[in-house]
Design a protein around this ligand. Structure first.
Ligand SMILES: [Cu+2]
Length: 508
């Protein structure tokens, strides 16, 4: 994905590497970490590609925080264009969220902006929320280590996934929408408009104080005249964009990262799906792993060799390596295809296996088979919801446009919240495509999947399977502000699939 402007060559970070102290208090007084947004050149399929980077003070992508360390960061914009960086899944005050509208004006070229908030431990990430920059790899890990993770003494390995095209992102959007590149560029500007309330529209929620927090999908949820045929034989859309490559830690499987590990080593694999429009199956090959956290939040461990990961989601997987001197590929297979990316875990002396870029078999569509099995280790306090509502996900490829409750950003009706409320939302998919739905500024608990009540995972991004898929989420309104709720498929968001959750009393 070439970047549309040409101003700078690769920027050296110019920042001395610093060691991360392991003790929380040792770190509290060291001041803000420098995070540099810039331009770099990487090689993809043997060709150079100018892309963005986000580099921390240690010269590595993104940031790593010690247990108890605050998110004290100075973001320096050396890209030559304006940008906005979002701290995905973290719970900052709304004015530090890194989102457009009034709360975060774009950071001008050469400018610096300071952030300071309490960091939530776990595997997170950061990405641009400005235009389509995320597609040009303006995304990086944000790892906040917990005390227990330091004590468990496991090698930490980050596996960050991207989808890549040599075409400019605006060109990709133009191809989807059948418009000119200029019109697609103008469309991305719409994403950053202040929402315009729909005149006379009622608030989309009304059922206050339902008797059960696990009320499931009642017939009243199907308020539209859509008929709901059975699951079998239904048309399903996958992979809007035909990408040139899929990257694991910026490299294709033809030239993968070789990660040195110890024989019989213990590993915490932090998998981040930083792709803009692609979903994967994590495949551990010969290894069996334990999923112990999703989106940074603990779950009762689930073992397996193959796990789905939707756009923007994260998986923490514990691996206990066998004592062999073998290399272990860990791959991510694109849903519905044989294409994949991956890294190789290799103890010293192991002969390195080069995997074919194509998997032997076509991967299944990513689904909620794992989601339905997850049980959180940190459930919400049990209480009756104050607000129960539904959001219908709709849209399609012809024309290419996606909506929430029939509304297209920025012409939306905000969901109004009051601090202290418990909110439950049924997400109902009326479209033939799955949508990874992300809420800013809050974590939520998944309390039902496809109508089946569960004490599910706490997370910030949940997949809603194609029609008639549904997911019910619950969260506490505990972070006053104006917050985005949107599909994390970048092109669905760009064509309307976003709304706002707004607290009462927040000045516009
Ligand atoms: Cu979507």
């Amino acid at each position: 994905m070439s970047i549309l402007f040409s101003r700078r060559q690769v920027l050296a970070s110019g920042v001395a590497a610093t060691m991360l102290p392991c003790l929380p208090r040792a770190h509290a007084a060291t001041g803000a970490k420098r995070l540099t947004a810039g331009i770099r050149v990487i090689e993809v399929n043997g060709k150079p590609a100018r892309v963005f980077h986000l580099t921390g003070p240690d010269g590595k992508p993104g940031l790593r925080l010690a247990p108890g360390e605050r998110f004290q960061t100075r973001l320096v914009n050396e890209t030559g264009v304006s940008t906005i960086i979002h701290w995905h899944g973290q719970l900052p005050p709304w004015t530090q969220d890194g989102f457009p509208w009034p709360q975060t004006p774009p950071l001008a070229p050469g400018a610096t902006h300071a952030y300071d908030f309490a960091a939530v431990p776990g595997t997170y990430w950061m990405h641009s929320h400005h235009g389509l920059q995320e597609q040009s790899l303006m995304a990086a890990p944000l790892v906040v280590r917990g005390v227990a993770e330091i004590q468990e003494d496991r090698q930490e390995i980050v596996l960050m996934l991207h989808d890549f095209s040599f075409r400019a992102p605006e060109e990709l959007l133009a191809g989807l929408t059948g418009t000119s590149v200029a019109a697609a560029g103008a469309m991305t500007g719409m994403m950053e408009n202040v929402p315009v309330p729909v005149p006379g529209a009622a608030m989309p929620h009304s059922a206050i104080g339902m008797s059960s927090s696990m009320s499931g999908m009642g017939s009243s949820m199907m308020s539209e005249s859509t008929s709901m045929p059975g699951m079998s034989g239904m048309h399903m859309d996958l992979n809007d964009i035909d990408y040139d490559a899929f990257l694991a830690n910026d490299r294709t499987l033809a030239d993968p990262e070789i990660v040195r590990v110890e024989r019989a080593g213990r590993v915490r694999l932090r998998v981040i799906n930083g792709a803009s429009a692609s979903q994967f199956w994590l495949d551990l090959g010969a290894l069996t792993g334990w999923v112990v956290a999703v989106d940074g939040h603990g779950v009762i461990p689930v073992s397996g060799r193959r796990f789905p990961i939707a756009i923007a989601q994260r998986l923490d997987v514990l691996l206990d390596l066998p004592p062999d001197a073998r290399a272990f590929p860990v791959t991510a297979e694109l849903e519905g295809k044989r294409r994949r990316a991956g890294i190789i875990l290799a103890p010293s002396g192991a002969s390195i296996i080069r995997l074919p870029v194509m998997a032997p078999n076509r991967a299944q569509p990513v689904d909620n088979s794992l989601e339905a099995r997850l049980r959180t280790t940190t459930p919400l306090v049990s209480r009756k919801p104050d607000v129960v509502t539904q959001i219908v996900l709709a849209g399609g490829m012809q024309p290419y446009a996606w909506s929430l409750n029939g509304e297209f950003w920025p012409k939306i009706t905000p969901l109004m919240l009051t601090k202290g409320q418990r909110i439950e939302i049924e997400l109902i998919n009326h479209s033939p495509m799955a949508h990874p739905m992300h809420l800013h500024g809050h974590s939520f608990q998944v309390v039902a999947v496809n109508g089946l009540p569960i004490h599910g995972a706490v997370r910030d991004t949940v997949l809603v399977e194609p029609m008639p898929g549904s997911v019910r989420i619950a969260f506490d309104a505990n972070n006053p502000g104006r917050w985005a709720f949107h599909c994390h498929n970048l092109y669905h968001m760009a064509t309307g699939m976003m709304t706002e959750f707004r607290y009462e009393g927040i000045a516009v």
